[in-house]
Design a protein around this ligand. Structure first.
Ligand SMILES: [Zn+2]
Length: 427
């Protein structure tokens, strides 16, 4: 396919423009079906519902999900130890599994006989993949499921895939050049390695390659890296978000205004402490329920933090979007009942060029939490009282919490990666 000719395609775009009510009905129907199915076929789901005295037919709408606890990766590991090999989560017997994937830590994941999940295909389509594209899939095809999921999804769109796998940078450059690859699939950092190697081999990235689109994931995509790659290849790069346990949970469209949640998955944002679903705009943990009959996951906690928006996207898709992945739940600290996360304090401090390093220390005085911002200055001779006043007002406005500013000597903050230090004692 020549550059700029991205029009027709397999994918039925109608479903991506459902109204919020239609979407809710669609998901409620899917939820009822998967709970009923999982109750019948997955021993762990059945035991969980029975222990909570919840009947599958009582799980009628998305709101009812809050009656169920969140399953985390450590739970999955624990369950696989006590009920090997799949922890009783599997929805089919082993002879109905096409593959058994192996994740780090020897976690076993059953793969569907026929891959029918359209979420990654939806994401690839939004990135620009169409019938006729030649895709170089550089995700790892060994043991890990992600490359296979994308491989099948590219087939759904009518693309031709090179199962390149990871590594072999020089060969990847030659393949990309010889076969006129139009779409890259992989991590952004590996595409950067390919670009550097190709230039080292004397190639001109625009003239000698046909790369038009790139679908990247599995790591953070700094905007500077995106711009550099887009410019040097003359291509468009879009990112996706998901996990191998629950599949695709979000993807960027051409507008890059957050990540659209695909049609066939329920994504909740929950308070990581209570498991309660949070309203639109509030920050919390991304929790997903998929409709995978082979490995159903009901309320799986990803450990990632984000917030959602239902603002219409200029691309025309009406789905709710995950606006940004803000970090991990294990980095969250609760102070006087409010969640404080390093991305908030980083954002706050970034506005002050006077600040060289900072660390938030949370202590306890009587029964109250106290928060102190320790700060090392770039220039010690500035008006400290003035800066202290500005900072303390800004902390109150931004975090809705009182924080005291304390200037410390250079070298006191030795671990700059530990932005929030919890020194509370609970005896
Ligand atoms: Zn959009």
């Amino acid at each position: 396919m020549a550059k700029g000719e991205r029009t027709s395609g397999y994918f039925n775009e109608k479903r991506e423009t459902m109204s919020q009510d239609e979407r809710r009905n669609h998901l409620n129907g899917k939820l009822r079906a998967i709970v009923k199915y999982a109750y019948k076929h997955s021993s762990t789901t059945r035991e969980k519902l029975d222990s909570l005295q919840v009947k599958p037919e009582e799980m009628d709408t998305i709101d009812d999900l809050q009656r169920l606890p969140i399953t985390t990766k450590p739970d999955l590991v624990e369950m696989q130890k006590s009920t090997p090999p799949f922890g009783g989560f599997e929805g089919v017997p082993i002879e109905k599994m096409r593959r058994i994937y192996v994740l780090p830590g020897l976690i076993y994941e059953p793969g569907e006989w026929e891959y029918k999940d359209t979420r990654w295909a939806e994401a690839l389509y939004a990135c620009g993949f169409r019938t006729g594209d030649i895709a170089q899939n550089t995700f790892n095809y060994q043991m890990w499921p992600f490359a296979f999921m994308l491989d099948d999804s590219l087939k759904m769109l009518g693309c031709t895939t090179i199962p390149a796998g990871a590594g072999n940078t020089q060969m990847q450059v030659q393949i990309m050049h010889h076969l006129g690859v139009t779409g890259y699939v992989g991590t952004p950092s590996f595409l950067m390695s390919i670009a550097e190697r190709a230039e080292g081999m004397g190639f001109d990235l625009k003239r000698d390659f046909s790369l038009d689109i790139g679908f990247v994931g599995a790591e953070m995509l700094p905007e500077s890296l995106r711009e550099r790659l887009e410019k040097s290849f003359g291509m468009t790069i879009r990112q996706c978000y998901g996990t191998v346990d629950v599949g695709c949970l979000g993807y960027e469209c051409i507008e890059k205004e957050g990540m659209h949640i695909p049609d066939d998955v329920i994504v909740e944002i929950v308070d990581p402490e209570t498991g309660r679903s949070l309203p639109l705009g509030a920050t919390g943990e991304i929790v997903a329920t998929n409709f995978n009959l082979t490995f159903p996951m009901i309320r799986y906690g990803t450990g990632d933090l984000s917030f959602q928006s239902e603002e219409p996207c200029p691309c025309g898709r009406t789905s709710t979007r995950l606006m940004k992945i803000l970090g991990r739940t294990d980095q969250v600290t609760k102070v006087r009942g409010m969640f404080i996360h390093p991305w908030q304090t980083d954002g706050l401090m970034a506005k002050y060029p006077e600040v060289d390093k900072y660390q938030v220390v949370v202590t306890r005085s009587g029964y109250l939490d106290e928060m102190t911002f320790r700060i090392e200055l770039v220039d010690e001779s500035i008006d400290k009282a003035l800066l202290k006043g500005r900072l303390e007002r800004d902390i109150q406005d931004t975090l809705n919490l009182k924080g005291e500013v304390e200037f410390v000597n250079r070298g006191v903050i030795f671990d700059k990666h530990q932005k929030i230090k919890d020194e509370r004692k609970w005896e």
